[in-house]
Design a protein around this ligand. Structure first.
Ligand SMILES: [Zn+2]
Length: 392
């Protein structure tokens, strides 16, 4: 393939970079401190808050984000002419197409953090587990980048323990070493626009550019690459956006690799917008990306699971529903599913209706916090014009 290559973006300091004017450079320590201060001032539990309740219990979270039992019948006999995506939570999606089962960013731990006792705690349990006897054989894992809410060492170990070297790990440049240190060798490391054919199948996996960054510690910022993944089959095309801010590159992804039958596009972690916009899109930009890449149907990811930024955990799906309607998308064109629910697309149409989508708006559950605005009003009153964003 031609065009920008990741190698051309790696500077003399060994760090990768984003080549678009929409990237504003690394955050300063001052910026990070200000953001941390605002998060503290929220005084929300570390699994987040809801637009109608500032101090929700985990039971409130379960009511707001019901966890669906996976449809194991559908998982065990996928239609090879269709493509389906089951939302495991956050950026984690189980995809079935053309006889393959792919799993994006499997993060199954209780916290998205280097330490098990601090950091953002999940509001909803993962919908799937590698130890689940009913889980179909997983063929490949697609990793977008190394932030803790996307690459989780205990989850990687569990998957490796179950599937061993049969499992192929597709990772952006620079990450194979991290896997090798954990005894995992069946790793394909790709730069932007590079592709690999999955062994024993016709499906091509392509690492697509994203506007983001990477780091697991304080010294390794942008030393490994980030991106999304396109899975191109003979009959279906799936795209996982990864973690990204809005950049001019999505139209090019659509031109070169689209149209996609089904995509998974992030919608959350955007507040405060000015700070987060370079690295995380919000719902309005997610809809723009959905159109840029020429996606027929999309599911929302990167929301409703980990409390990473300032907005309430239930705001992104409300804003997505509003934005999709305002911009004339079909009712089932870009939806936020419930955790554990799935969307199956065949010949450009959803074939597993009715979809198990997140109910909106959610009713207030606490009489003491009545008078609280509904999510959309809350967003409008806080000046969330719909939009962009990031994470730690
Ligand atoms: Zn990230």
């Amino acid at each position: 393939m031609t065009g920008i290559t990741a190698a051309s973006l790696r500077g003399a300091d060994g760090r990768f970079d984003n080549p678009w004017p929409t990237w504003k450079g690394d955050k300063s320590l001052w910026d990070l401190r200000e953001f941390a201060k605002q998060m503290r001032e929220l005084r929300a539990p570390n699994y987040g808050y809801l637009s109608y309740k500032r101090q929700p219990t985990l039971a409130d979270m379960s009511a707001a984000f019901p966890l669906r039992a996976p449809d194991y019948d559908a998982l065990s006999s996928p239609d090879p002419a269709a493509v389906s995506a089951l939302w495991v939570g956050h950026a984690s999606v189980l995809v079935q197409m053309e006889g393959l089962t792919l799993w994006t960013d499997p993060v199954l731990a209780d916290r998205a953090s280097p330490l098990p006792f601090v950091g953002p705690r999940r509001a909803v349990p993962p919908a799937l587990s590698p130890e689940d006897p009913w889980l179909p054989k997983v063929d490949a894992i697609l990793i977008s980048h190394n932030h803790y809410d996307h690459l989780c060492a205990p989850s990687v170990k569990r998957l490796h323990r179950r599937y061993g070297d049969d499992l192929v790990w597709y990772v952006p440049l620079g990450l194979a070493e991290w896997f090798a240190a954990r005894g995992i060798k069946n790793v394909k490391e790709l730069g932007w626009w590079e592709q690999a054919q999955h062994p024993g199948s016709k499906v091509q996996l392509v690492l697509t550019p994203a506007q983001h960054w990477s780091a697991r510690g304080i010294m390794d910022r942008r030393k490994t690459l980030w991106g999304g993944w396109a899975a191109l089959g003979e009959r279906s095309r799936f795209w996982f956006a990864g973690d990204t801010g809005y950049a001019p590159v999505f139209k090019e992804i659509g031109q070169r690799l689209g149209p996609f039958d089904l995509s998974a596009i992030p919608i959350g972690a955007y507040e405060p917008r000015a700070f987060m916009a370079p690295q995380h899109v919000g719902p309005d930009e997610a809809v723009t990306i959905h159109r840029d890449v020429r996606s027929r149907r999309s599911i929302a990811i990167h929301c409703c699971t980990f409390h990473l930024t300032l907005e309430p955990l239930d705001e992104p799906p409300a804003l997505l529903a509003r934005e999709a309607a305002a911009r004339g998308l079909a009712d089932d064109e870009f939806v936020c599913l419930q955790h554990g629910a799935m969307m199956t697309v065949k010949d450009g149409a959803v074939v597993n209706s009715p979809l198990q989508r997140l109910p909106l708006p959610r009713p207030a559950t606490d009489a003491g916090e009545q008078q609280q605005p509904q999510p959309q009003q809350a967003a409008a009153s806080r000046g969330v014009g719909l939009a962009a964003s990031d994470e730690l």
